[in-house]
Design a protein around this ligand. Structure first.
Ligand SMILES: C[S@@+](CC[C@H](N)C(=O)[O-])C[C@H]1O[C@@H](n2cnc3c(N)ncnc32)[C@H](O)[C@@H]1O
Length: 178
């Protein structure tokens, strides 16, 4: 049994702490701010919400539940580079009332073909809770690729860009409208 458990622990440790796998450590959004974030996403019928670096799905699963309750046909994309977190979300999704609308993508958030995903939706929202450098890079990517999307950033503002709205929480939420 130890032959299985020990390598498994090493593997998990590697995926969570190796900067080669993920330069941003997994750290979930503070649950005390969850309602405010879901509200900030301003979900609309037939819109799309993408969580770049979705972690354990704290935000995307809460938002998908609210969309389900409100009868919104919003689509959700959870993207993460960590296969263990994707596997965890895959399991969580099995028991989610809105599982049909939750899509999981294992991969680097900067290599996803967003234009193809987004073209069907008129309301597009990116949720990010990533490092200041990644926040910056994401804002540039959305702008450069003309994705015409709103950014909701938790904790970190986009440098040199004035937010349209700031919501105060345990950590602040910055909204940059499309
Ligand atoms: C601070 S956590 C945020 C988790 C989640 N969004 C939340 O708010 O609860 C950052 C996440 O980004 C993921 N990540 C880091 N670099 C990434 C990349 N290049 N592509 C996709 N995900 C990445 C990490 O694996 C981690 O789960």
């Amino acid at each position: 049994m130890a032959y299985i458990i020990f390598p498994l622990i090493i593997l998990i440790f590697f995926y969570f702490f190796s900067s080669k796998v993920s330069p941003i450590p997994y750290f979930p959004t503070n649950k005390a701010d969850l309602d405010k974030i879901v509200k900030a996403l301003d979900m609309k019928k037939d819109g799309v919400i993408l969580d770049l670096g979705a972690g354990d799905g704290t935000v995307i699963f809460a938002a998908a539940k609210k969309a389900y309750q409100d009868n919104l046909n919003t689509q959700f994309f959870a993207i993460d580079v960590n296969p263990i977190l994707i596997a965890y979300m895959w399991l969580r999704r099995l028991f989610h009332p809105n599982k049909a609308n939750i899509n999981l993508i294992l991969g680097d958030m900067f290599k996803v073909d967003y234009a193809t995903i987004l073209k069907k939706y008129s309301q597009r929202v990116f949720y990010i809770y990533i490092s200041p450098w990644f926040t910056e890079a994401t804002a540039h990517m959305i702008n450069d690729q003309k994705l015409d999307a709103t950014i909701v950033s938790y904790f970190y503002p986009v440098e040199n860009k004035k937010e349209d709205l700031k919501i105060t929480g345990v950590h602040d939420i910055y909204i940059y409208k499309s």
